[in-house]
Design a protein around this ligand. Structure first.
Ligand SMILES: C[S@@+](CC[C@H](N)C(=O)[O-])C[C@H]1O[C@@H](n2cnc3c(N)ncnc32)[C@H](O)[C@@H]1O
Length: 381
């Protein structure tokens, strides 16, 4: 339920000046208004001179940091920040988390949660600092999920953190393709919103029952106006406007190709896709002779399958490069948490591929007589 903005900002002020403050971020902008800085972050620091609140602001180009003493100096600095027309505030204290978003009509949409910094029993030895998203975040009590899934998702978000620029300003449109039970979707929303970004996130899955379940969950979390779900295929689901960021975690087999192709057609700025099983090229390798002298790589079933995995993701990254992306394949999480631990990470540069890149790709697929699914999906219509 929207609340009066003034009252909500008074609550934010009290938390910012509370000695229990651990971190706060302000970012985004209100409709038709422009704050003088794109982002502000506050955290407590202890200097020789005593405790201070450190305030770091960024005008989008250069950061500026100052430390203010508690009392009149901190009061004035906090009041000045609260007077800026930021669109979002995220405030954490040792006892509570508050997220405030200013709606188009100038009211406050506030989410409050009690902080519980204890690590979950299954991972009792982990400390909160080992995680990007605190495992004690009340979000996890709502969305459930195994310890392994939590690890995968946290590692995926770390890779996302390393991909997005530090001075990114919202709004950010995100899609999670093949979202399943939306564990990544909700965790990504939480993390991006904590960065102070105004985020609109759409989860796509072919299963209507998942759409219903995930939509109910978004309503329970109070996020239904920012996190919504669509039942449909990755190739055809209606997602408008086009997203800036495309996520896909373990979309089955060629669903990953559909996700990459969709991202290219949308012109998404960033793509992070952790592939699942790879059957497409494995099946093609079974029925075609390997070029000499590489038959040794494909004669035995298990080696052929593993080779197909490597070939598939190499080809995917190569095709992304041919379509104006800087692409790399990295291990995003230790294999103890999932054997499907590779991540294709791409950033759109718009660079034209070189003749050598085109020739390299063409030679590879022609020698092996392969037609990768992604190539077909990206072919001009
Ligand atoms: C292995 S699950 C992964 C779910 C989730 N991303 C995660 O990591 O927990 C793959 C999901 O992709 C969905 N899926 C597979 N192919 C799809 C397609 N072509 N279009 C939309 N959803 C698809 C399935 O219904 C399933 O929920």
């Amino acid at each position: 339920m929207p609340e009066p903005l003034d009252a909500a900002l008074t609550e934010v002020r009290a938390l910012l000046l509370d000695p229990a403050l651990t971190r706060a971020v302000a970012a985004g902008r209100r409709k038709g208004q422009h704050p003088s800085v794109v982002r502000a972050e506050l955290r407590p620091v202890t200097l020789k001179a005593g405790p201070r609140i450190q305030i770091s602001t960024s005008d989008g180009h250069r950061p500026y940091t100052r430390n203010v003493a508690r009392g009149a100096e901190a009061d004035a600095a906090v009041d000045a920040l609260l007077a800026e027309p930021f669109g979002n505030w995220h405030v954490e204290t040792t006892g509570a988390t508050l997220q405030l978003r200013v709606t188009k009509s100038g009211e406050a949409q506030v989410h409050r949660a009690a902080a519980d910094r204890a690590a979950p029993a299954a991972e009792g030895h982990d400390r909160a600092k080992d995680w990007l998203l605190d495992p004690g975040d009340p979000l996890f009590a709502e969305i459930g999920g195994s310890a392994a899934k939590r690890r995968q998702v946290d590692a995926f978000l770390r890779a996302l953190a390393a991909t997005l620029p530090d001075d990114l300003d919202g709004p950010l449109r995100v899609v999670d393709l093949g979202c399943g039970n939306a564990y990544l979707t909700f965790a990504a929303y939480r993390w991006l919103a904590q960065r102070g970004l105004a985020v609109e996130l759409v989860g796509v899955d072919v299963r209507e029952d998942q759409r219903r379940r995930n939509t109910e969950l978004a309503q329970r979390l109070g996020w239904a106006d920012r996190v919504r779900f669509v039942a449909g295929t990755i190739a055809d689901a209606v997602v408008e406007p086009a997203p800036d960021l495309v996520l896909a975690l373990h979309a089955c087999d060629t669903a990953t190709d559909e996700a990459l192709a969709r991202a290219v057609r949308w012109g998404a700025r960033w793509v992070l896709a952790a592939p699942c099983c790879h059957h497409d090229l494995a099946a093609q390798l079974r029925t075609r002779p390997a070029p000499a002298p590489y038959e040794l790589l494909t004669r035995q079933g298990i080696l052929r399958e593993r080779f197909a995995d490597v070939l598939t993701d190499s080809v995917r990254a190569a095709l992304l490069r041919l379509h104006g992306y800087r692409a790399e394949v990295v291990e995003f999480v230790d294999s103890q948490h999932t054997p499907r631990n590779l991540l294709i990470r791409a950033r759109r540069t718009g660079a034209e591929p070189t003749p050598e890149q085109r020739a390299e790709y063409r030679t590879l697929v022609e020698q092996w007589q392969l037609t990768p699914r992604l190539e077909t999906l990206l072919a001009p219509r």
